[in-house]
Write a protein that binds this ligand. Sequence first.
Ligand SMILES: *Cc1c(COP(=O)(O)O)cnc(C)c1O
Length: 461
Amino acid sequence: MQEQKRSWAEPYKIKSVELLKMTTREDRVRALHEAGYNTFLLKSDDVYIDLLTDSGTNAMSEYQWAGMMMGDEAYAGSRNYYNLEQKVQKYYGYKYLVPTHQGRGAEHLISKILIRPGNTIAGNMYFTTTRLHQELAGGTFVDVIIDEAHDSTSTHPFKGNIDLKKLEALINKVGAKNIPYVSAAATVNLAGGQPISLENLRAVRALCKQHGIKVILDATRAIENAWFIKNREKGCENRSIADILLETCSYTDGCTMSGKKDLLVNIGGFLALNDWDVFEEARNLTVVYEGLHTYGGLAGRDMEAMARGIEEAVQEDHIRARVGQVEYVGERLKKLGIPIVLPIGGHAVFLDARKFLPHLKQDQFPAQALAAELYLESGIRAMERGIVSAGRNKETGDHNYPKLELVRLTFPRRVYTQAHCDVLVESVEALYSRRNKITGLKMIYEPKYLRFFQARFEPLK
Ligand SMILES: *Cc1c(COP(=O)(O)O)cnc(C)c1O
């Protein structure tokens, strides 16, 4: 196919721009020093290309902005709620909708409703907020993802798949009645944006049905997941993204959603359900925690932007360019021999800091040091996902030493151009050629909780 040989090129043109501050190396040395060598503590104004996260950092279209002006800010029964409900029904296929301020709002509601103290929730690798809400509701999360997901060198096409043997063993061990639902994510964020296959979801559904266990989807990046299914799963190459998304959701009883990712907005989320009883309870609990059930903590205009975001997010041209941009960067880095996690995920490229800086010991914080150096080199902001993020062992007080020591380059949707990507690749290449000279860091301030957000460092002599 001729089209395949062509560049992924952005399916939009630019109408309004946000100017970036261009900094000098001197500026960046000062800013990084003030930030304690932690990219979370940099001011956004001092950053040139911001690859910290893809959450809420998306660029909205003129169609979405026009929708913002159509916000119906009535307290109850806003027209934007009904539009969002209709789009969720059409594209995700669920019957009932509860809007929430963002993904974790939906996770809070569903965990409270379905989980009883002592319950076990099985899932394909945990996500931070999802697991926390399950635990706060009295549940225990058990990871049943396939082993390949934990291996940065495995090129399995669906590293987000659930291991059916692990799931079955868990059901036999704790009993089906103690597992309220399987928590299935598409794609799996913490495995590097890796997809789950339709075949796997179908089998999970069948097994759960036998035992009367529900399946709740984390649909945050289910559209990116559909793109991988279209490209990697047998028999799906000619199907539309919308069609694959509908089938994905059809194997589940409901979903939690962070609209800040797939749905091209800056804030918003929802809980969608098929079961009337569960919906009724969710709708009632929303009033306590989020807001009335027809706005769930969102302004009417935010619901409209998200409804319109769904329509745009399932377009083939959009998702091809979205994942295409991430792949473009990943493929270029791979060709240069720079160590990255494979296969390249849907929303981020991960540098393998262990292989990049083999002369540093893990307690010299190689990924933190690499993220800091990348900022110094070119003003690009990335995030550490290694020993700093892993925190300390509760019993021994020593660092946890995770297998993966990574720097995450996360791509906001529709924000940066290919030339920005080229600057990124050139900057990483420059670091790679002087990698022997990159020194480790010493932690000089360590907060008690989630230390990666606020810890401070200085370079080792
Ligand atoms: C971001 C995210 C969430 C939580 O959503 P928020 O909108 O940040 O509350 C849940 N699951 C996954 C996979 C996510 O990436």
